[in-house]
Design a protein around this ligand. Structure first.
Ligand code: HAX
Length: 466
């Protein structure tokens, strides 16, 4: 009832973006809900192709072809949509709307941060789950979280100097032996049934990522001393206990973190890589390993580590010189970075042209929970000066902060200071969105991804003949 009332209040634009699939029963399990939705979505897509298959969605310029395909509309992605000015909408809902509508650990919406289980349900189904549905999903994820012995042995054998993202990716790759899809495919399953084993893999991977990530953390920074989770809690808090973090404040931060990093439409490198690998009918384990390896790049997910590194370097330099970190010294350090031919991590975006709402909600979290934190004040001062510096520099299309600019300082506040590990947390979260879409790729029977590439010679000839 509550859900229906809130849905009725959704803004017009949101209704325009929303899927045509009706709300299913509030008592249904996740699999039951999806089972009802699949034929409807298949029909919707079939109709879309029949009605509009030959319509033109956009053109491709030479700049776009050479420049990483920015703005080229050539991928179907159901779980979220990004607007350059407004930012992300998850299944039609903005971040503040998700915070208002999605169940929390304690109970109804509004009582703290939404849980990752809730955003997983929303991304998979397009529906706002009830608290009971979320609790059922939490239990299901815990049941699926066991790691095979060879995966834990492999993780424990890795050098502690190996980057945590490499360890994380290897850990998931080792779990691929558990893939239901790979087994079903080799047993000759009919293509109309692909979604069933994909569903199992998607939930299994999401469930296993938390213990893999925790193991990497404990191996790298705590001599391999492993800690038990607490399955009386939710996915986030259980993960926090396995990491060795035990405070309600950090639990809430982890919920916020895992929700807002989950999805950012399909063209970003980690989502796109997952989608591309998955489109070959490689199973969700292999597909998401591809996504993780894309996330590990400094222009993408690794930027959250780079931001903390940049702030530490800045502080070290001015502490050593006996100078205060303020607008003037930050500006000076920013120019040193730019003049050295490096990027300012945490600023700029391939699509966004305004401050990232994922940055804004983390800033609000900081104002609420750590307003006097020294590092937060530095981040806030950077926010004041950096758009001006980057505008003066004149290169970047978007001088405003992105999600990675703020996440590290919040983690640091709670004593989670091993910043080389931060991208692993991003990787735990991004699975929720990228794999929800892999599920729909299989359920809708989307084909192998294979865009056309061109040579420089071809482009020259083509343009000269025009
Ligand atoms: N600092 C310095 N220069 C920047 C810049 C920044 N933060 N952002 C963009 N530029 C430069 C680009 O390097 C490019 O320079 P060249 O012409 O010399 O190649 C120029 O400005 C134009 O780039 P753009 O069109 O504004 O941006 P792109 O779409 O090419 O790239 C990036 C988007 C996010 C990769 C870019 O803004 C960047 O490198 N930012 C810093 C790294 C970062 O924060 N990455 C995380 C992004 C969010 C994310 O994916 N999180 O996971």
């Amino acid at each position: 009832m509550l859900v229906r009332t809130l849905r009725a209040a959704r803004p017009t634009q949101l209704l325009r973006c929303a899927s045509a699939v009706p709300q299913t029963s509030p008592d249904a399990t996740l699999k039951e809900t999806l089972t009802v939705q699949i034929p409807q979505k298949q029909e919707e897509l079939k109709q879309l192709k029949a009605d509009h298959g030959s319509k033109v969605l956009g053109e491709v310029t030479v700049d776009q072809c050479i420049g990483g395909g920015r703005g080229v509309r050539c991928m179907l992605w159901e779980t979220s949509l990004l607007d350059a000015a407004e930012g992300i909408r998850f299944r039609g809902y903005t971040i503040p709307e998700c915070q208002e509508l999605l169940p929390t650990f304690k109970g109804p919406a509004g009582d703290g941060e939404p849980t990752p289980e809730a955003i997983l349900w929303l991304l998979l189904t397009g529906e706002i789950p009830t608290k009971e549905q979320c609790d059922g999903l939490t239990a299901e994820l815990f049941e699926r979280s066991a790691l095979p012995a060879h995966a834990t042995q492999l993780l424990d054998s890795l050098p502690k100097t190996m980057h945590p993202m490499t360890q994380f990716s290897l850990g998931l790759q080792a779990c691929q032996t558990e893939s239901n899809f790979a087994k079903a495919y080799s047993d000759g399953v009919h293509k109309t049934k692909y979604w069933e084993s994909t569903y199992e893999d998607v939930l299994d991977v999401i469930a296993k990522l938390a213990p893999i990530a925790a193991r990497v953390y404990r191996n790298t920074y705590f001599n391999g001393e492993q800690l038990k989770g607490d399955t009386s809690l939710d996915y986030s808090a259980n993960f926090c206990r396995m990491l060795g973090m035990d405070s309600p404040g950090f639990d809430e931060l982890m919920r916020l973190y895992l929700v807002i990093h989950s999805d950012h439409e399909g063209g970003n490198a980690s989502a796109h890589a997952t989608h591309l690998v998955g489109s070959t009918l490689s199973d969700p384990y292999n597909a998401y390993v591809g996504g993780l390896n894309a996330l590990a790049g400094p222009l993408h997910g690794l930027a959250n580590q780079e931001v903390l590194g940049w702030i530490q370097d800045l502080k070290a330099k001015f502490d050593a010189e006996g100078r205060e970190v303020n607008e003037k010294t930050i500006t000076e350090f920013a120019w040193e970075t730019l003049n050295a031919g490096k990027v300012i991590p945490g600023f700029g975006h391939a699509v966004l042209r305004k401050t990232d709402p994922r940055y804004t909600c983390q800033r609000e979290f900081a104002f609420k929970h750590l307003p006097d934190d020294e590092l937060f004040k530095v981040v806030d001062t950077i926010y004041k000066v950096m758009p001006g510096v980057l505008t003066e520099h004149g290169k970047t299309a978007n001088p405003y902060p992105n999600v990675d600019s703020h996440s590290g300082v919040l983690l640091w506040h709670y004593g989670f200071t091993q910043y080389e590990y931060y991208t692993v947390l991003f990787g735990v979260s991004r699975a929720i969105g990228a794999l929800s879409q892999v599920f729909w790729d299989r359920a809708l029977g989307l084909p192998l991804e294979r865009p056309k590439s061109l040579t420089t010679g071809f482009i020259k000839d083509f343009c000269e003949k025009q």
